[in-house]
Design a protein around this ligand. Structure first.
Ligand SMILES: *[C@@H]1O[C@H](CO)[C@@H](O)[C@H](O)[C@H]1NC(C)=O
Length: 278
């Protein structure tokens, strides 16, 4: 068995030798079979290695592939496919950048997938990064209150606001408030004895005024009616003899007389004569 430290030392030495050898080639060149070959620039891949007589042959990345650095590889990298949205489209020299719709959160630093934001109003997202090696950083999300103690999240104004202190207004607290709603103060429950007495007296006064008004109005209308009645008596004073007689006769006779009174209008004498015979 070769000890680990020994193999590490060999790798280290080899590294120095190769890098030392490579530095003899120019920038963006690499050693291939003892030849300094040009690397292929971003947006291309290496189709053919260079030879003694011919330089490196590079070819542009195909659709859906990209290369963002000088490479020796014989193909470009595949563009990332986004689950929900593209923040930036893939180009031959740059990979696509993914994003998530509102209400969703990226699962990692390259937004491989989107997960639903489960936080409700009045809560905010707390992100925890978990490195997994290979440059990928996974994200974990927790919901926590958006506002500090004694404050609530006002949705309309989109900010944290302090609870109303009911006691400061000499009011009683009916609802202490929660993460999204202000406290609710009660007007009547918070009254002192002196306050309620004042209210009772106030209501009493208003009632008294009202009944007084009703009484005065009633008295006035009654008076007015009486006054009118005196001006226009119900029974008109008549000088007609027939009327005078009518009021004195019995109902049965009245009918007869009323019939005859039509004749009587033409002749007073006739009427009187008939009446006496009855
Ligand atoms: C906060 O209080 C309001 C009003 O009483 C209520 O509708 C709401 O459900 C409460 N929210 C929470 C998270 O308790």
């Amino acid at each position: 068995m070769i000890p680990l430290t020994f193999s590490l030392a060999v790798i280290f030495l080899l590294n120095i030798w190769t890098s030392g050898y490579a530095t003899s080639c120019g920038a963006n060149q690499t050693d291939i079979n003892g030849l300094c070959c040009d690397l292929c620039p971003p947006g291309t891949y290496m189709k053919d290695f260079c030879t003694v007589n011919n330089p490196t042959v590079c070819s542009p990345c195909n659709e859906g592939y990209f290369s963002d650095k000088f490479i020796i590889f014989d193909r470009c990298q595949e563009c990332q496919i986004c689950q929900q949205e593209y923040a930036e489209k893939c180009t031959p020299t740059m990979n696509a950048k993914c994003s998530c719709r509102s209400g969703f959160l990226c699962s990692d630093n390259i937004c491989s997938t989107c997960e639903e934001n489960k936080c409700v109003t009045g809560e905010k997202v707390n992100k925890t990064a978990i490195p997994t090696g290979g440059g990928l950083v996974k994200y974990s999300y927790q919901c926590e209150p958006a506002c500090a103690d004694n404050t609530y999240f006002d949705v309309k104004e989109d900010k944290c606001k302090a609870f109303t202190q009911c006691s400061a207004f000499r009011l009683q607290e009916r609802f202490p408030g929660n993460k999204t709603h202000n406290s609710v103060c009660s007007v009547y429950a918070g009254m002192q004895d002196s306050d309620s007495l004042q209210v009772i007296f106030g209501i009493g006064f208003v009632l008294l005024c009202f009944s007084l008004l009703v009484f005065v109005f009633h008295a006035c209308t009654k008076n007015l009616r009486k006054h009118k009645a005196n001006k226009n008596p119900i029974l008109p004073v008549s000088t007609n003899i027939s009327d005078f007689h009518l009021s004195k006769e019995e109902s049965g006779i009245q009918l007869v007389i009323q019939d005859e009174s039509k004749d009587c209008n033409t002749s007073g004498e006739l009427y009187l004569g008939k009446e006496t015979t009855h």
